[in-house]
Design a protein around this ligand. Structure first.
Ligand SMILES: CC(C)(COP(=O)(O)OP(=O)(O)OC[C@H]1O[C@@H](n2cnc3c(N)ncnc32)[C@H](O)[C@@H]1OP(=O)(O)O)[C@@H](O)C(=O)NCCC(=O)NCCS
Length: 177
């Protein structure tokens, strides 16, 4: 099963590794330094052994504590964003939650970890009375676009040349709350 946890300073390097391995991306040291302060907006997801897996209560002696606490397999990192992507839209003071990174290590994909992280962020965004959750997705990445579409997101814009380093356009995908 999967468990979500806040990212303390001591675990920022794990986030860094996941971002690098899954997305091949690098962010500034400030981007990482801000993470522990984000609370529910930045999470690591751990795979932990099901509690019913062992019938022997003393069995935990066989497991190093790092394993019983779970293995980090993915991450989500968001920002609270006052920016209104609809430039001519009416003034609106409700914030938006912007998903900057969502990533699951390849061997752990298709098991619900990504959906669990997304649902967590949507629920937190509702608690913040956010207007929407949104993100950029590569215009050529139809798999990810469909993944978001199946979870209620719709395409709300296109940003030519958004990926400056590697080239390519982005779509904005938005879930209105
Ligand atoms: C997008 C991503 C975060 C989803 O995480 P995940 O844990 O695989 O998500 P889930 O298990 O909740 O859902 C996976 C979906 O793909 C299907 N799937 C099955 N096997 C899969 C596999 N090996 N890999 C990916 N998806 C798989 C699932 O059935 C599910 O389908 P559904 O949308 O009909 O429910 C993950 O694939 C990833 O890290 N991709 C690379 C990074 C990326 O593209 N990030 C988003 C950029 S905008």
């Amino acid at each position: 099963m999967f468990v979500l946890k806040d990212i303390p300073k001591s675990r920022v390097s794990t986030l860094k590794t996941i971002v690098s391995v899954v997305l091949g991306a690098s962010y500034s040291s400030q981007w990482y330094a801000d993470v522990p302060r984000l609370g529910p907006l930045a999470q690591l997801i751990y795979e932990v052994p099901d509690s019913g897996e062992s019938s022997d209560e003393n069995d935990h002696h066989d497991h190093p504590s790092s394993e019983s606490n779970g293995v980090p397999v993915g991450a989500i990192r968001c920002a609270l964003d006052p920016y209104n992507p609809v430039k001519d839209g009416p003034a609106d003071t409700r914030p938006r939650v912007y998903i900057m990174v969502i990533a699951v290590l390849a061997p752990f994909r298709g098991l619900g970890a990504g959906t669990m992280m997304l649902n967590h962020i949507v629920e937190h965004a509702k608690q913040l009375d956010a207007k929407a959750v949104y993100l950029h997705v590569r215009a050529t990445d139809t798999d990810s676009q469909q993944w978001y579409s199946r979870r209620g997101f719709v395409e709300t814009g296109r940003v030519p040349g958004y990926y400056r380093q590697t080239g390519g356009d982005a779509f904005i995908y938005t879930l209105d709350l």
